[in-house]
Write a protein that binds this ligand. Structure first.
Ligand code: FE2
Ligand code: FE2
Length: 290
């Protein structure tokens, strides 16, 4: 299975069980700034993925394309397993003294839980403009975030530094597995949004909100984990920061993200326009759980 075209393929829900024994504290290039950027994703992804599932399920009954209906199920299954596997790593972070629950609680309270959370406030705000627009906007935000996860996935596969030599192998396997499934299901929420409401303004507004929320929380999480890390050698921080900026902004990752992010703004854009299905296919070729 490569990238899913919702008129044909049906997504597969795999259930790997990753082992996180002996993961070093600074598991990417021995660099705490790079490591805590991805550690922040271990917290943001699970709650985010539960939000994706909530947002798209609201429309599962209304979708007419029978394969897209099945792919919504597969999408929810894949995202559910992603959330579970990332959450399992929280125990390791806890043992490393990083107190992941502190950031997880902050994220959950401010973004998703209760009437004052960002999610509820946004729905309420858009419902005022037009009934039903609140749920459409959360679906559009989900489609935008799914574009981000797909292009981050491709960036990871393209990045020459992403090898077992530079990243703890069990963690790289987790990231590559997640990345591969993000590539496989990248068109599901986009196609549901298209079926529900094909408005360009709605799609772009969702992407705008997705951008602000995603990078804000990832940044907060990264700073939170740096502040909790008692093993950081502060004298090395300028060098770590330089490596973080050059890798993320000016390396293959930055180039891949910038090019593919802009393509989302084309009125006739579709996720399957981006040729990345081979990354997932190659990764799963020799995996027993695939
Ligand atoms: Fe995911
Ligand atoms: Fe996803």
């Amino acid at each position: 299975m490569e990238t899913v075209k919702n008129e044909e393929n049906i997504l597969k829900v795999r259930t790997p069980n990753f082992q996180f024994d002996e993961v070093p504290k600074h598991w990417i290039l021995n660099n705490p700034i790079l490591t805590h950027f991805i550690n922040s994703m271990h917290i943001v992804f699970p709650d985010g993925e539960k939000f994706f599932i909530r947002s798209v399920r609201k429309y599962a009954r209304d979708v007419k394309n029978p394969n897209l209906k099945k792919n919504i199920k597969g999408f929810c299954g894949q995202e559910g397993v992603h959330a579970r596997e990332h959450e399992r790593f929280w125990d390791v972070m806890q043992e490393q003294g990083l107190q992941p629950e502190g950031f997880a609680d902050f994220l959950h309270r401010t973004a998703f839980e209760g009437p004052k959370s960002l999610e509820k406030r946004l729905v309420k705000l858009f419902e005022r403009f037009s009934p039903g627009l609140g749920d459409k906007m959360t679906l559009s935000i989900t489609a935008g975030l799914e574009h981000y996860t797909a292009i981050l996935a491709q960036a990871l596969f393209r990045e020459p530094l992403a090898t077992n030599k530079n990243i703890a192998p069990q963690m790289l396997e987790l990231l590559h597995w997640h990345a591969s499934e993000e590539i496989e299901h990248k068109a599901v929420c986009f196609d549901v949004l298209k079926e529900v409401d094909d408005s360009y303004v709605l799609r772009i507004s969702g992407m705008g909100l997705a951008t602000v929320v995603l990078w804000s929380y990832l940044g907060i999480g990264q700073i939170y984990f740096i502040s909790k890390d008692k093993d950081i050698a502060y004298v090395k921080m300028p060098a770590h920061l330089y490596e973080f900026i050059t890798t993320i902004a000016f390396g293959e990752i930055g180039k891949t993200l910038a090019t593919n992010l802009l393509s989302y703004f084309r009125p006739d854009f579709h996720p399957n326009d981006i040729d990345d299905g081979h990354f997932a296919k190659e990764f799963f070729a020799d995996k027993s759980y695939a």
